[in-house]
Design a protein around this ligand. Structure first.
Ligand code: LLP
Length: 425
């Protein structure tokens, strides 16, 4: 039965055999806006945010939404209006955050490869903190800030060398990763930061990976970070804030990650015991705020029975939903209307000319051409990673808020795609 696929996706429910978002039938939205269509529930986003807010109640804390998960302006506005800051990784994300109404001081800038131009723009608008990832970056940032007549607020991203037990492509806190400053070099890198003229040390940060479903990696990383806070402060460099990154997983396929409030209850028990309870805390959650607040609606184009496999060819593809092709990721696929008859095993695939263009393998479905399917857990790292491969226009997006449906992104046209290109004379 379909309901078993829905735990962890609040506000997406089956009502009389019809899949609904906040009580609205998804089929109605597909009819009005076409497919493929991303549909987001504002209530689901705010509910996910509320779990973190409960975890931080009574603490000095700032939640900086990691907007790489979904950087559509309408989504950013929801979080800006709910009081979030933003974790950005590029000038494009900076401009989007500002366009959505973010206060510059609530923006933190992560990433291993910030350019001088990006640093300059971020300094001019006055962002809250640069999360610096190497000594070379410290030198450049100090020079850029000095030339601007400014002092850049910096935090060092330290690499705690903790295994987050997730997919290798999205694990970031191990020694072999390109991210962060090695634990052993952190103190000397802080000394350098404190000595550079264009910088002001304001904190420490770490981010160990993404889609983390276990508690231990977080608890271990917190211990490692607090050890460093002690060592750096003992060397006379105060660290006003501790940024613990993002990474909390969601339910894709029966996964049971810790709840944000419970996890932070555990973390604060440790933090309090070590005497850091009244520090300013920051986090950078992405997926756990939006992942299960969105679905991608797609229409079945053709059923293609085969000798070894049956294919269900849909109008969404790897350019819309790149996670299966990139990470062999699992997304539940649910008929928008319960079919009657016997379910058949299908590979659900898109129209793109690659065998890697699949959305789900071996799914039992009772479908016909023209039926609608909902690809679940599609709020994070889907639209923000979408491409124009095969010159496919990117999908439209709507945000549902109670009875209101707002188109937050138009479907991309062929003309939109060619804008900026020049024909040869
Ligand atoms: N902070 C930093 C520095 C990050 O690199 C990331 C994600 C986050 C925060 C947010 O992590 P989250 O809470 O969303 O796990 N495209 C992949 C995920 C890549 C994550 C990259 N960094 C996927 O689709 O699974």
């Amino acid at each position: 039965m379909i309901p078993s696929l829905l735990p962890g996706r609040p506000h997406f429910d089956l009502v009389g055999g019809e899949l609904c978002v906040e009580g609205l039938p998804l089929a109605t939205l597909a009819r009005e806006y076409g497919t493929p269509l991303f549909v987001y529930s504002k209530a689901a986003m705010l509910e996910a945010l509320a779990a973190y807010q409960r975890g931080f109640a009574g603490r000095k804390a700032r939640i900086c939404y990691a907007m790489k998960a979904n950087s559509s302006l309408g989504v950013l506005q929801v979080f800006a209006r709910a009081g979030c800051g933003f974790d950005i990784v590029s000038e494009g994300e900076l401009e989007r955050a500002l366009a959505a109404g973010a206060a510059p001081g609530d923006i933190i800038f992560s990433g291993v490869g910030k350019t001088r131009a990006e640093m300059q723009r971020a300094l001019r608008v006055g962002i809250g903190c640069f999360n610096v990832e190497s000594e070379a970056e410290l030198e450049v940032l100090s020079a850029v800030a000095t030339a601007e007549g400014k002092t850049a607020p910096v935090s060092l991203r330290v690499n705690p060398n903790v295994d987050p037990k997730t997919h290798p492509y999205i694990s970031t806190g191990l020694k072999g990763n390109k991210f962060g400053v090695a634990h052993e070099r952190a103190l000397q890198t802080y000394r350098r930061a404190a000595a550079l003229p264009g910088l002001r040390v304001v904190g420490i940060d770490c981010h160990i990976g993404s889609q983390i479903t276990a508690e231990e990696p977080y608890l271990d990383a917190m211990d490692r970070v607090l050890d460093l806070v002690e060592a750096v402060e003992a060397a006379g460099i105060p660290l006003p804030h501790i940024d613990f990154g993002g990474g909390l997983g969601i339910n894709y396929n029966g996964d049971e990650p810790p709840k944000a409030d419970a996890l932070w209850g555990e973390l604060f028990a440790k933090i309090d015991a070590r005497g850091f309870g009244d520090r300013q805390f920051m986090i950078e959650p992405g997926r756990s705020l939006v992942g299960n607040a969105g679905v991608c609606l797609t229409e079945v184009l053709y059923l293609k029975p085969g000798e070894q496999k049956n294919f269900c060819i849909v109008d969404a593809a790897m350019n819309d939903l790149p996670r299966p092709a990139m990470y062999q990721a699992f997304h539940a696929i649910v008929p928008v209307r319960e079919g009657s008859g016997e379910a058949i095993r299908y590979d659900v695939v898109g129209p793109v000319c690659e065998s890697g263009d699949w959305i789900g393998h071996d799914r039992m479905l009772c479908v016909q051409s023209g039926d609608l399917l909902a690809v679940m857990s599609a709020g994070a790292y889907c639209m923000s990673m979408a491409s124009n491969y095969n010159s496919r226009g990117r999908a439209a997006e709507v945000l549902v808020d109670g009875g209101q449906v707002r188109l937050i992104r138009e479907r991309e046209s062929a003309a939109d795609q060619m804008r900026g290109e020049r024909l040869l004379p």
